[in-house]
Write a protein that binds this ligand. Structure first.
Ligand code: GTP
Ligand code: SPV
Ligand code: MN
Length: 594
């Protein structure tokens, strides 16, 4: 066949993988509108996607995954380094040899009767010093259509590969979507990813978590930069000045919602405006000015659908009206879609996310309501359609970061916001955040687990080395960003949220920015700097004084308990854990006992 590239490494690899998977044909994705249309038509004909009402939702489609393939399967996700030590205690490890052998048996002939698509893609603007190139081979049209939204894919990337033949080799096949033959394998030392047996987002859009976090974090350690599970947003102040922050929260803990918030009524008079750079991944490097700069390597949002409405996220409601692929939501009779927590009323009937007739109030065998949309149903939508999209998305050097924010979902203990004493203490805070599990990962919802920097499922190497890398990055900067922790999810005794969250979170971001340029004081506590309640602008928010006090209360006994969990977590790393983190642990312990 004729190849649209001269890159011999690429041609040889495509041929080799085709011999393994045995597709009927190979098609190179060029990024053209015509080719995309053709693939859409074929995907419709084959039932892989359902076109939605094109008058109300132009360019939108619905896709349903298998009922056991609706979230990332962390227990089937492996880091395959030669030495087990290099994957660390928090990753599931398999030696590369046996991983390749196991997977090869599943990939063998898996694409028979199918087309193998070759998707050349760039994470980050093509040609930027931040960017990395990948090539994904897949037998899924759904993956192709999603990758065209989430990444810069096609011709321009192939041209870039003529100059520089370094790329991440990404192989994916749905095979027979059997959970017992599902493997998501990362080979950081070979710059390769093999994923088989799944059709769900994070498992198969290999540019996302697999390349941009697991492989990229490994590369970042070697090359001196950071790949993080963070949103990036710009906050424009009334004088026109824009400050950028990056924030890491675990899956389904509010990154997308925060990244594009609209200021609350009470703060409108101040004239703030939010610019969205990214909602999930940040690549950050130290630029020639000695400060930290970030890009979002993606071009789309793969966001949680349920709960998206005009109250929670008006910018997203606008964004997903066109050019959007919906996965696992309810189909209404008029060809539109619905989900729990959508705008407007509940439809009187529809087809649920599993393709079954649905009516409100239906119960399953155990008497629980049958949901119209899966709790982890998702939309894939271009950032360029978002009304708050930053004008700096294509800039090759990204945006300068003033503050780094860590957060989790904690009903108790963690205050609404506090600031670290310094970078090292900030790294300790990031390394010890914990969160309650959500529907974004298989597991028991609500259970608290430690999720350092929200990277537990995404760090492609030993987390002890990752912490050391964070400490070193801080030393290499002239003016490192300040580090904060937030918790939007603190609850009262009945489990109700004490803080209204969503757009009201801007009030906390305002305090954070004021701290960044020393415009406001703070209270020194054992945990770090806490705000004086009076310094947070509460105009237009009727929050009982009692709730406010609870939001900032420090439960010393509770924290001493928490330290036990932290100790157990740190101990897993044995001698590899940087001494600085034990030092922070000890000083926090002492401060709490005082
Ligand atoms: P991933 O895409 O999985 O990485 O998730 P994410 O971090 O982008 O989470 P997202 O913004 O999609 O929010 C997930 C859930 O958290 C939604 O159901 C929201 O309703 C809820 N949520 C977001 N922000 C807030 C908040 O400030 N307060 C409360 N109580 N809930 C929130
Ligand atoms: C997450 O789970 O953090 C996501 C969704 O952003 S997925 O791409 O499936 O990982
Ligand atoms: Mn995420």
């Amino acid at each position: 066949m004729k190849f649209p590239t001269h890159n011999k490494k690429l041609i040889d690899w495509v041929n080799k993988m085709a011999r393994l998977c045995q597709p009927d044909q190979i098609l190179w994705i060029d990024g053209s509108v015509e080719q995309k249309k053709k693939i859409e038509e074929e995907a419709i004909a084959g039932g892989e996607i359902i076109p939605l009402n094109q008058e109300k939702l132009p360019g939108c489609f619905l896709h349903r995954t298998a009922p056991d393939d609706v979230a990332r399967t962390e227990h089937l996700t492996y880091i395959c380094t030669k030495r087990k030590r290099d994957a660390g205690p928090n990753n599931t490890w398999m030696p590369p040899q046996s991983a390749y052998r196991k997977a090869r048996a599943i990939f063998k002939g898996a694409m028979r009767g199918r087309t193998m698509y070759v998707i050349p893609f760039s994470m980050g603007p093509v040609g930027s010093p931040f960017s990395k190139i990948g090539v994904e081979l897949t037998d899924s049209k759904y993956v192709v259509l999603n990758m065209l939204i989430m990444t810069r894919a096609g011709e321009a990337v192939l041209r870039q590969l003529e100059k520089d033949d370094d790329f991440t080799k990404c192989l994916h096949s749905k095979a027979d979507l059997d959970i017992n033959k599902r493997l998501i394998l990362h080979f950081p030392e070979d710059n390769a990813i093999w994923s088989v047996g799944s059709g769900y987002g994070g498992n198969v859009l290999l540019g996302k978590k697999c390349l941009s976090l697991r492989i990229a974090s490994f590369l970042g350690k070697q090359e001196g930069w950071l790949a993080e599970h963070m949103l990036i947003m710009g906050i424009e102040e009334p004088n026109g000045h824009i400050e950028y922050i990056a924030a890491a929260f675990p899956s389904a803990c509010g990154k997308t919602n925060l990244a594009m918030l609209i200021p609350p009524e009470g703060l409108k008079r101040k004239g703030y405006r939010i610019w969205t750079v990214g909602d999930d991944i940040a690549w950050m490097r130290i630029d020639s000015d000695g400060s930290l700069w970030a890009i979002n390597p993606e071009t789309g949002f793969f966001g949680v659908v349920p709960g998206t409405n005009l109250q929670s996220n008006p910018n997203m409601v606008e964004t997903i009206k066109k050019d959007t692929i919906y996965t696992n939501v309810l189909l209404e009779p008029d060809g539109t879609v619905w989900w729990e927590g959508a705008e407007g009323g509940v439809p009187s009937s529809g087809i649920d996310w599993q393709g079954r007739p649905w009516k409100p109030g239906m119960l399953d065998n155990e008497g629980r309501p049958i949901l119209g949309a899966h709790p982890n149903s998702r939309f894939t939508t271009p950032i360029s359609n978002c009304p708050s999209a930053s004008f700096r998305l294509e800039q090759h050097h990204g945006v300068p970061i003033s503050a780094i924010v860590f957060g989790g979902r904690r009903q108790r203990l963690v205050p609404l916001v506090y600031e670290s004493f310094n970078w090292q203490h900030g790294v300790f805070i990031g390394a010890t955040i914990a969160s309650e599990l959500t529907a974004a990962q298989f597991g028991k919802i609500g259970q608290v687990r430690r999720d350092p920097m929200a990277m537990l499922p995404f760090c492609g190497y030993n987390m002890a080395d990752y912490f050391r890398h964070w400490l070193e990055m801080g030393k290499s900067m002239q003016k490192p960003p300040k580090i904060f922790q937030v918790n939007w999810f603190r609850a009262d005794e009945k489990g109700g949220f004490l803080w209204p969250g969503f757009r009201e979170n801007l009030r906390i971001l305002e305090w954070i920015l004021q701290r960044c340029d020393n415009r406001v004081g703070a209270r020194e506590t054992p945990l770090g700097y806490l705000p004086e309640i009076a310094d947070i602008d509460m105009t237009g928010l009727a929050l009982a004084q009692e709730s406010l006090e609870k939001l900032f209360a420090i439960d010393k006994k509770g924290w001493l308990e928490e330290l036990k969990g932290i100790k157990a977590f740190f101990r897993q790393f044995k001698k590899d854990l940087p001494a600085e983190l034990w030092e922070e642990y000890e000083t926090l312990h002492r401060r709490l006992l005082k």
